[in-house]
Design a protein around this ligand. Structure first.
Ligand SMILES: [Cu+2]
Length: 341
């Protein structure tokens, strides 16, 4: 489509939309007033307003990679007596948000995770290990730095500042052919460290269109009581959404995710047995694309309830291998804001 055509289309959407430009901080009235559901800390609430949320996340990791290329189980088994084959991660996440002032929104998020990993041994045996339990509690604030709105446009910029509290178990064990052993790094639910969660978030609306960009980090402070820390992490992402009606919008998102290697090591894990026990085989970089839908109930007794779903597929990934690759993820969520005025 030529740019002039795009501009014409935008203009016609603007003219046809009943409310040309609403959000900004604190307004939650349009379906795309919130970012795609996989994005956290994208919006603010007005003073005294609460929001409850629930997210369900599923991630499927199937097969190993080394660098950008896939490697077979047999290739991994040439170097290690055991290889991971597949991992599923399921997470339930409950969140609360509160508008302390019109410029400061507080957030708390508590995850509950289930991790399942399938393995094969050089002898041909297969076995599965599982970890289940609460994850690390995340407490954060979003501070409005700047906002502006005109007839057509709104812009908002906010700073995210948070802390991850090590409430999750990082001493998980399970039965394997070698007995009941301590599970390797990716099967531990908690990090065991206090982590800083800085970020910067920009959001905009233009008629029936909206979008945003966010950069967030995870900075591990020190090592946990097992004498290691997970890798520092960073996500840079951008999204765009189109409001189709008062109650539904579609979204597209692209994200670059990178996580570094671990520091230190857990003395109870032998990196020669399985690649997941090697703290230097943990880094990865990934480009994810996501397609999403956001719904909001515009009126009636359930007015304000939001439902959203986003499906994500990596289009590029590079890992310190052998390491399981990420195949797809899905996030579905419910959100409800109330109070304030
Ligand atoms: Cu909220």
């Amino acid at each position: 489509m030529r740019p002039t055509m795009g501009a014409l289309l935008c203009a016609s959407f603007l003219l046809s939309s009943a409310t040309a430009a609403d959000p900004g901080f604190g307004k939650v009235s349009r379906p795309d007033g919130h970012a795609p559901i996989s994005v956290m800390g994208d919006h603010m609430h007005k003073k005294g307003e609460w929001m409850l949320s629930y997210r369900y996340m599923f991630m499927d990791m199937d097969g190993n990679r080394d660098g950008t290329r896939r490697v077979s189980d047999d290739a991994v088994l040439a170097d290690y007596p055991v290889t991971p084959r597949k991992m599923d991660m399921e997470m339930h996440m409950v969140g609360v948000m509160y508008g302390l002032t019109d410029r400061v929104t507080l957030m708390a998020m508590m995850p509950f995770a289930r991790l399942d990993m399938d393995h094969r041994t050089r002898m041909g045996a297969r076995f599965n290990t599982r970890s289940i339990g609460i994850g690390d509690l995340k407490l954060s604030a979003m501070v409005g730095l700047f906002k502006s709105s005109s007839e057509r446009w709104t812009h908002a910029l906010g700073a995210n500042a948070g802390i991850s509290v090590p409430t999750g178990n990082f001493h998980n064990r399970d039965d394997t052919p070698a007995g009941n052993v301590r599970l390797p790094y990716p099967m531990q639910i908690g990090s065991g460290t206090v982590d800083l969660l800085p970020g910067l978030t920009y959001t905009t609306t233009y008629g029936d269109w909206s979008g945003g960009g966010q950069i967030t980090g995870v900075i591990r402070l020190g090592r946990n009581s097992r004498d290691y820390r997970r890798g520092h992490a960073m996500t840079i992402q951008g999204w765009g959404a189109r409001r189709l009606s008062r109650w539904v919008s579609t979204s597209f998102r692209a994200a670059f995710v990178r996580e570094g290697n671990y520091g230190g090591s857990d003395g109870a894990l032998n990196p020669n047995v399985v690649p997941t026990a090697d703290p230097s085989l943990r880094w990865f970089r990934r480009v994810d694309l996501g397609l999403g839908l956001n719904f909001i109930v515009p009126k009636g007794p359930l007015a304000g309830h939001r439902l959203a779903v986003e499906a994500v597929r990596p289009v590029w990934q590079k890992v310190a291998g052998p390491q399981l690759e990420t195949d797809w993820m899905i996030t579905a969520g419910w959100q409800l804001a109330f109070g304030g005025h």
